[in-house]
Design a protein around this ligand. Structure first.
Ligand SMILES: C[S@@+](CC[C@H](N)C(=O)[O-])C[C@H]1O[C@@H](n2cnc3c(N)ncnc32)[C@H](O)[C@@H]1O
Length: 358
């Protein structure tokens, strides 16, 4: 706990410290330093508390400041983000936030975390191979909470697992590296054929709109090497048809799944989405899938924080490589209203590593 902040800011300060402890660390020293500085800054925490609750999430302020820089703000923090300056990012972040208070407050009030992390394709890939081994192919993907739908194109990316193998086109423009830190995930040279791709999001990102695409890039952490591949994924996605539906996860999922081509295997994916739903809505989402499975089998691949998918609760938090809290990769197969769950493994939240347990 940070002792110096006002009582009103204590809880928020603890949240930023927790975020640094479990989400940044060695993986993002830049954001680790910034989050710990924010946790000690009453001025920044006061500003954050002026925003609606969803703007209190560290990723939203981190994205807002990054957005201003990507949109052309001339501030010394830009050189730090570009890896061209060793100045203290914490002090500069505080300065950028407080000197652009109105723009920041506007972003905190109007934006939320829309990260679309293509690194997650590296953990979805083996899960899809596992699904096809049990249920067959071609697959029809419904990515719920899809943001811009970049992970609907997981079969177009080169997923490189080092000595454990690689999946996807060798000349792919988008390359994702993922270390296998445990077990033997099914790494096939190509993913099962994907015959349909549909994304659902309450706020899908229109990547043909420059402001929207800039916000998507702003949600990427600058020092993790992921920005160039996200830009390449955006370029690839602009050329590839995907259907993105604006809608709520619980309300839209069954109808969307039941509209998939009959000869396909329906696969629903949720990656770091369910946590944004209230606990009752998470249950309603699972029940919607179970009800829809009265009409066709459905495989649900989830990669979410520990305890977020109730069928995989009771798993202790596990701190993996880079000091990051592992997320849970799970597969639930619904048939005739019944659910059968299978723990596939643990994964880094941005797909940097996978620990396969199935
Ligand atoms: C952290 S982003 C993850 C995006 C993507 N799944 C990925 O892994 O790259 C969470 C996404 O879930 C969406 N979302 C949050 N609540 C939702 C809801 N109730 N219904 C549909 N989408 C939702 C957000 O708009 C956002 O795009």
């Amino acid at each position: 706990m940070v002792i110096g902040v006002s009582t009103a800011n204590r809880a928020l300060s603890d949240f930023w410290t927790y975020f640094a402890d479990t989400g940044c660390g060695e993986y993002s020293p830049l954001y680790d330093r910034i989050c710990r500085t924010v946790a000690e800054s009453d001025d920044v925490l006061d500003l954050v508390r002026e925003a609606p609750p969803r703007g209190h999430q560290p990723n939203v302020l981190l994205g807002a400041v990054h957005y201003l820089l990507l949109a052309g703000l001339d501030h010394p923090l830009g050189a730090v983000y570009a890896g061209e300056s060793d100045a203290d990012p914490g002090a500069l972040f505080v300065d950028a936030t407080l000197t652009h208070r109105d723009e920041i407050l506007h972003l905190l009030a109007t934006r939320h975390t829309n990260t679309n992390e293509v690194g997650r394709s590296a953990v979805i890939g083996p899960a899809l191979t596992e699904v096809a081994a049990h249920l067959g192919a071609p697959l029809a993907l419904v990515d719920v909470g899809c943001s811009a739908g970049l992970n609907l194109l997981c079969d177009r990316y080169r997923l490189d697992y080092g000595p454990s193998g690689a999946t996807g086109p060798i000349d792919a423009a988008v390359r994702v590296e993922c270390s296998v830190v445990g077990g033997r995930p099914p790494i096939a040279s190509t993913l099962p054929r994907i015959a349909a791709r549909v994304g659902i999001d309450r706020d899908p990102i229109d990547i043909t709109d420059e402001v929207e695409a800039t916000w998507l890039l702003a949600c990427v952490w600058p020092d993790t090497g992921r920005l160039p591949r996200t830009r390449r994924a955006l370029d690839a996605a602009r050329l590839t048809p995907r259907t993105l539906v604006r809608g709520d996860a619980v309300e839209a999922v069954a109808e969307t799944v039941l509209a998939l081509p009959a000869e396909t295997i329906a696969v629903v994916t949720t990656t770091w989405m369910l946590a944004y739903l209230a606990v009752e809505a998470r249950v309603a989402f699972r029940e919607a899938l179970a009800a829809a499975s009265m009409e066709r089998p459905i495989a649900w691949v989830s990669a979410e924080g520990p305890g977020v998918v109730d069928l995989f609760s009771g798993i202790d938090a596990y701190i993996g490589p880079h000091g990051m809290e592992a997320s849970v990769l799970g597969l639930v197969t619904f048939r005739g209203g019944e659910a059968e769950q299978q723990l596939l493994g643990f994964v880094h939240p941005h797909g940097a590593w996978i620990d396969w347990r199935s």
